[in-house]
Design a protein around this ligand. Structure first.
Ligand code: NAD
Ligand code: UDP
Length: 349
């Protein structure tokens, strides 16, 4: 067990709350900063219920430098996991300034506050959306970057800023250099096995898995399958789905790596967090029906603008350098999503 204290930004959100559970279960102390713009404080009570441990919560915006400085003064933070941000691709096209302000400026303020407090270990929530066009459908970390929407560009810009920050340490010969892991998530789904925490999207979900489960439970009438004429095995889009609990285990592994010999001299490194295999939309529907015994009413609809036919992770680097790989199967991801959905038909409301 260790007594290190981790600041979790966006800790009341979907992935952040699962990270809090994993950190507390691994013996870390947890401090959360969240402005609750896309979450509820109830989530944190449930994190405490699952783990039987308490955490410290600050309701504040990461762009509030004074609030951050206060947290770094009050708490003995050793590292930061940075989840806070806006994440809806469509919304980012309509409100680019809001996205750049929250995701890019927010990270600048956080990095400044960390620097002033001399806390220089950071695990950042990046995304597979940073990748550009590539010749292969299995993405490796060294593939060209080139996001195609404002949300993806906020992640790309933050990655660039953090790479620059780390590179500056070499130039100035920093005594305690930055140690940064950029974790590029593929498609996180699922929920904690307790069914106490899970994904609680506002309004009608954009993403496939919450949409499917809301159709299955009768909240939504019908799923639209966006395109059945892609050059894939069944014509529908293929993605790399990863259980959220596997994903947050990857964060704890990354944190451990930052504290290890490997990062002794500092550095900023990107890792894919994906399962390394793809499932089509029809695979998801069929497996969902088998696992839950429910029927998913769907129709074939036109392609959704901006969607790629197929991509999934090459997760080898995370295995080699972090000692992490996804363990859970698609059945587990779906069973846990369904457990959460059935126990919380209205989410946290
Ligand atoms: P989420 O919306 O559930 O969680 C984000 C949390 O951050 C919310 O609790 C929100 O209230 C908080 N927040 C937002 N802006 C803030 C600010 N300025 N100050 C303080 N708190 C703020 O989203 P999530 O799915 O848990 O995603 C977490 C991170 O992972 C995000 O950065 C997202 O871009 C990234 N990511 C998510 C996915 C995904 O599919 N869920 C995929 C790739 C990357
Ligand atoms: N999808 C779909 N219907 C929906 C939502 C998504 O057919 O209502 C498809 C989408 O076209 C993609 C896959 O499901 O092929 C995953 O989409 P999601 O929005 O969950 O994640 P993305 O990979 O786009 O970030």
């Amino acid at each position: 067990m260790n007594e290190r204290t981790i600041l979790v930004t966006g800790g009341a959100g979907y992935i952040g709350s699962h990270a809090c559970v994993e950190l507390l279960a691994s013996g870390y102390q947890v401090v959360v900063i969240d402005n609750l713009c896309n979450s509820k404080v109830e989530t944190l009570h449930r994190v405490e219920r699952i783990t039987g441990k308490s955490l410290q919560f600050y309701e504040a915006d990461i762009r509030d430098k004074k609030a951050l400085a206060e947290i770094f003064t009050q708490e003995s933070i050793t590292a930061v996991m940075h989840f806070a941000g806006l994440k809806a691709v469509g919304e980012s096209c309509e409100q680019p300034l809001n996205y750049y302000h929250n995701n890019v400026y927010g990270t600048l303020v956080l990095a400044e506050a960390m620097s002033e407090a001399n806390v220089k270990q950071l695990v950042f929530s990046s995304s597979a959306t940073v990748y550009g066009e590539s010749a292969s459908v299995q993405y490796s970390e060294d593939f060209p970057l080139g996001p195609i929407n404002p949300y993806g560009r906020t992640k790309f810009m933050v990655e660039e800023i953090l790479r620059d920050l780390s590179a500056a340490d070499t130039i100035i010969g920093a005594q305690s250099p930055w140690k940064i892991a950029l974790l590029r998530y593929f498609n996180p789904i699922g929920a904690h096995e307790s069914g106490l925490i899970g994904e609680d999207p506002n309004g009608i979900p954009n993403n496939l898995m919450p949409y499917v489960s809301q159709v299955a439970i009768g909240k939504l009438a019908q799923l639209s399958v966006f395109g059945d004429d892609y050059p894939t095995r069944d014509g529908t889009g293929i993605r790399d789905y990863i259980h959220v609990v596997d994903l947050v285990k990857g964060h704890v592994k990354a944190l451990e790596a930052l504290q290890s010999e490997k990062f002794k001299s500092g550095g900023c490194k990107a890792y894919n967090l994906g399962a390394g295999r793809g499932y089509s939309v029809l695979d998801i529907i069929k497996t969902f029906e088998t696992v839950t015994g429910r029927t998913v009413n769907y129709k074939i609809a036109p392609r959704r603008a901006g969607d790629l036919a197929e991509y999934f992770a090459n997760p080898e680097l995370a295995y080699k350098e972090l000692g992490w790989k996804a363990e859970k199967r698609l059945d587990d991801m779906i069973a846990d999503t369904w457990n959460w959905q059935c126990k919380n038909p209205e989410g946290y409301a």
